[in-house]
Design a protein around this ligand. Structure first.
Ligand code: PA5
Length: 445
């Protein structure tokens, strides 16, 4: 199996008996999920998505990516939440967080519509300059405020530069098959439109055109990504603690029951940063509801050992860590020998950086466990498309199972409506007049 989960560093916190007992609940959650009998069961299309991707849709994605690569120096990707994080995570992990700075045959990719900052968008406009560009606007509902505003801006820029007709050939929408403002606009203007399946929610959609189109535009092999997910789908079916997905779900839920309320996802590769952002959104929106849920946090190591490391070692004992350990590096770098040895580092002469990184990781795990922080370790072979596709499916499946184990609906997000309601009222959206007056009164106090 491509991926393994090591639970030996939780052994002093959770007994085997407790894990086995938790497995009974995971088994029930597995029946609920796979039997489609749980709450939110109309959003479990991601479960067999890797083997169900429409080949016509996939070849349209590849064709569109080819066109964008051939006629655009920049791709602007508009989207937020599940319509944003997966694509960015995969591009940064496989290509690099410095993707845009590298020499390459694929376009620079800028992500917009994930905030409401004018400063942010103005800077992207400057970075875009007078280069040829295309836009991929992604929104399942087609009505989310942040991407809708950003799309207005970049659609305007495209139309000014190329005229409405040519601009229409440079706009690619990824949205619902039938409904929503974006679908309506795409139909009216003749934009090429990709479908987000009805039964796949935003945060589980990275392996649909939501993620696949921007990822393919970065020159990443989407077939290998899908193959990895597909193999994970097949291999992660058995319901047993020997299945890494069950081991992870049982472990994190057993720890939660022992008042370990915060899970910190950590990796020793900086390129993993946006994978952690993707994971936080997946788990935060799926589990944090009904007054329950593990709070998903992340650190980037070893950098954060010099900031959050203090808290992890010594602060409130409500934490556990999950380390994503990449077994084999993609490149080798060694510490140079220095005859003067003024820094005293010659004991590391010719040592590989990856070896030093791994020793830092092993030492940190032991220190944190000694400090009262259980550690789960997820091992993957290397940072490539296949392994990443596998890991993505692993985390999605674990999330669905974990949500049902916790007793929540892992596929809705009722909590995100509260801020929207207040924001619309304060902005004076028609229909929110009463609410506006009440909120303004409160803000005066
Ligand atoms: O996971 C989710 O469903 C959300 O995070 C959505 O992806 C996010 O709110 C964006 O929604 P939409 O794609 O409708 O613009």
């Amino acid at each position: 199996m491509t991926l393994s989960v090591d639970l030996k560093n939780i052994a002093s916190f959770v007994s085997e008996e407790e894990l086995n007992s938790m497995m009974k609940e995971v088994t029930a959650a597995n029946e609920t999920l796979r039997g489609g009998t749980g709450e939110g069961n109309d959003f479990i299309g991601w479960l067999d998505l890797p083997s169900n991707i429409d080949p016509d849709e996939l070849s349209r994605v590849k064709k569109a990516a080819k066109k964008i690569i051939s006629d655009s120096q920049v791709l602007i990707v508009v989207g937020i939440g599940g319509s944003y994080l997966g694509a960015r995570a995969v591009i940064e992990f496989i290509k690099s967080p410095n993707y845009n700075l590298k020499k390459k045959n694929t376009p620079d990719i800028f992500f917009v519509g994930n905030n409401l900052s004018g400063e942010y968008i103005n800077e992207i406009i400057v970075l875009l300059g007078d280069r040829d560009f295309s836009v991929n606007v992604i929104s399942k509902s087609g009505t989310t405020t942040e991407p809708a505003i950003a799309f207005r801006i970049f659609k305007g820029l495209l139309e000014n530069k190329y005229g409405e007709k040519e601009a229409a050939k440079r706009i690619f929408t990824t949205t619902d098959k039938k409904k929503g403002a974006l679908k309506k606009l795409a139909d009216a203007k003749g934009y090429e439109s990709f479908v987000i399946p009805d039964n796949v929610g935003g945060r589980y959609s990275v392996l649909t055109p939501v993620g696949l189109l921007p990822i393919a535009c970065a020159g990443i092999d989407i077939d290998r990504l899908i193959l990895g997910a597909n193999n994970a789908m097949e291999e992660l079916k058995p319901v047993s603690l020997n299945n890494p997905v069950c081991a992870y779900v049982a472990a994190r839920n057993a720890l939660y029951r022992k008042n370990k309320y915060i899970e910190i996802l950590a990796c020793y590769e900086p390129s993993f940063r946006f994978m952690a952002e993707w994971w936080k959104q997946l788990y935060g929106e799926s589990e944090g509801k009904d007054g329950k849920g593990i709070f998903p946090a992340s650190v980037e190591l070893t950098a954060d050992l010099h900031s959050m490391g203090q808290y992890i070692q010594d602060g409130e004992r409500i934490l556990f860590e999950t380390i994503v350990n990449i077994l084999n590096p993609n490149s080798v770098l060694r510490v140079p020998n220095d005859p003067a040895n003024i820094d005293g580092l010659n004991f590391l002469s010719e040592a590989e950086l990856d070896y030093i990184n791994k020793q830092a990781s092993r030492g940190t795990v032991l220190a944190h466990v000694d400090g009262g922080v259980p550690n789960i370790i997820i091992n993957i072979d290397k940072a490539d498309e296949y392994n990443l596709g596998y890991l993505i499916y692993f985390f999605e499946l674990a999330c669905g199972l974990s949500g049902y184990t916790l007793g929540v609906n892992p596929f809705n997000q009722p909590g995100v409506e509260a801020y929207k309601k207040n924001m619309f009222a304060l902005l004076g959206k028609p229909g929110y007049e009463n609410e506006k007056a009440k909120l303004e009164e409160r803000l005066k106090q």
